[in-house]
Each structure stands twice: as structure tokens, then as C-alpha cells.
Write a protein that binds this ligand. Structure first.
Ligand SMILES: [Zn+2]
Length: 247
């Protein structure tokens, strides 16, 4: 009878998550604090006790970028990971430093800007889609476009969605003969006449096309569109400025 009660109490403090590992830091002598973006509760942090000991059963399942099924036991404070099973291991992605670098920038941003326990299924699905796409990509520009597509969707999801429709001077469409800019402070695409603030960056017509695609198409569709080095670099500068301005 006593054993049954104890078991129930234990289960009540145990939660199962479908989780993307988005980073970890060493803690104590043999422990590590892991960060996850979970399907059930958004950002979740929990300790893996003794994971840096050679005998640990958890190690190896919890590489950054893995999708895992994890169990976390909670009493007070941060939870403790009791079980972790790898569901997807992106082996190609993990061998590519550039892919890892770009993903780590995203994961680090999410760890800093999100609060624990706020469910966001859209973002969870977006992260999984990004990992799936990035795993398969071979060309650097396609990788950079996929990552940019994710960033813009992420910022939109966080309440900063720029205006990407033509301004009132543009008669409902973008004209190849005109020049356009991205207004960082106002978060919109503007024509020469509208570009009054000194925070406007030149946006060539091909880059305007990409800006629209980032919001109307999936990451995998965006990554398939042919891009030049010049376009990708210009788009990265705009994203970086918009990110710094708003977050
Ligand atoms: Zn205008």
C-alpha cells in the first residue's frame, strides 16, 4: 500500500516531452544543465545528473540538435532528466561546422529571449522543419537562405512581422525599374520617396522577392530558389539590423 502511494507521487512529478536539444552548460562536478525546445511546453531547462561520468546512460542521446523523447522529474526548482531517447539524430548536420554555427546562433537567441514553460507549437514545428531542411542542404547559399527564412518567421512569430507589400506610390506592385529599401525602424519595404529615415537599406528587386517568399513559403521552398552571393549577403545584413533594432 505504501509503495503504491509513493509510486503515484513520483509519477505526478514526472513529465514526458518531445524535445529539440538547443544547448547545454556544465554544472557541478559531473552534471550538465540542458535546454530544450519542447512540443508540450516550449523552452524547458533541466539537469542531467552525472552525465559527464563515463558510465552515464543519458550521454550521447542529448547532443545539440537532436530530437529526443525525454522524461523530467520535478520537485523544487529545475527538473532532472531521468530518461532520454534519441528520435532523430542529424548526423550530416553535426559534421558541418557552418550549419552548427548558424543553428547555434538561433538556439542561443531562443534560450535568451524565451521564458520557460510557454508552449509554442508553431515555433516547435518550425525548428524541426529547419533541422530537416538544413540536414539535407549541400550548397552554402541555400543553407543561408533556409536560415534567413527561419529567422524572419521566428521574428514574425515573436510579434515583429515587417510589412512586405508595396507602398502607396507603387500601384500595388513592385516595379523592376524602381529602387526599393528596407526601413529597419519601421519594419517595411519602402520606395525612394518613402525612404526618409537614415535607417533604410537598399533592397534590390531580387531581394524584395526573397523577403516576400520568407513570409509566404515554407523554409524548404525558400531554400530551393536560386540566389546570388550578393543577394544573400544583403538579406543577412537587413535581418541582422532588424534583429538588433527589435530584440
Ligand atoms: Zn513609397
Amino acid at each position: 500500500m505504501l509503495a503504491q502511494i509513493e509510486l503515484r507521487t513520483y509519477n505526478e512529478g514526472m513529465n514526458k516531452y518531445n524535445a529539440v536539444v538547443i544547448g547545454s552548460v556544465n554544472a557541478g562536478e559531473a552534471d550538465r544543465l540542458y535546454y530544450f525546445f519542447t512540443e508540450e511546453s516550449g523552452l524547458v531547462a533541466a539537469f542531467a545528473k552525472g552525465i559527464r561520468k563515463p558510465s552515464s546512460k543519458l550521454a550521447g542521446h542529448l547532443d545539440t540538435g537532436n530530437i529526443c523523447e525525454i522524461y523530467i522529474a520535478r520537485s523544487k526548482g529545475k527538473g532532472q532528466i531521468t530518461q532520454a531517447t534519441e528520435i532523430k539524430n542529424y548526423s550530416r548536420l553535426k559534421k558541418n561546422w557552418r550549419k552548427l554555427f548558424l543553428l547555434n546562433q538561433i538556439f542561443s537567441f531562443i534560450r535568451k529571449k524565451f521564458s520557460e514553460g510557454e508552449k509554442d507549437l508553431t515555433l516547435f514545428n518550425l525548428i524541426v522543419e529547419l533541422l530537416d531542411v538544413v540536414e539535407e542542404i549541400d550548397k552554402i547559399n541555400k543553407l543561408r537562405i533556409a536560415v534567413l527564412s527561419f529567422w524572419w518567421k521566428l521574428m514574425a512569430q515573436m510579434g515583429h512581422r515587417p510589412l512586405i507589400s508595396p507602398c502607396e506610390h507603387s500601384k500595388g506592385r513592385f516595379d523592376k525599374k524602381k529602387q526599393y529599401f528596407f526601413d529597419i525602424a519601421n519594419g517595411k519595404i519602402v520606395c525612394e520617396r518613402c525612404a526618409k529615415s537614415n535607417n533604410c537599406l537598399l533592397l534590390e528587386i531580387n531581394q524584395v522577392k526573397f523577403m516576400r517568399i520568407f513570409f509566404t513559403s515554407s523554409i524548404s521552398v525558400a531554400a530551393k530558389i536560386k540566389s546570388s552571393e550578393k543577394d544573400v549577403t544583403a538579406l543577412e545584413v537587413i535581418k541582422e539590423n532588424f534583429l538588433k533594432y527589435n530584440f
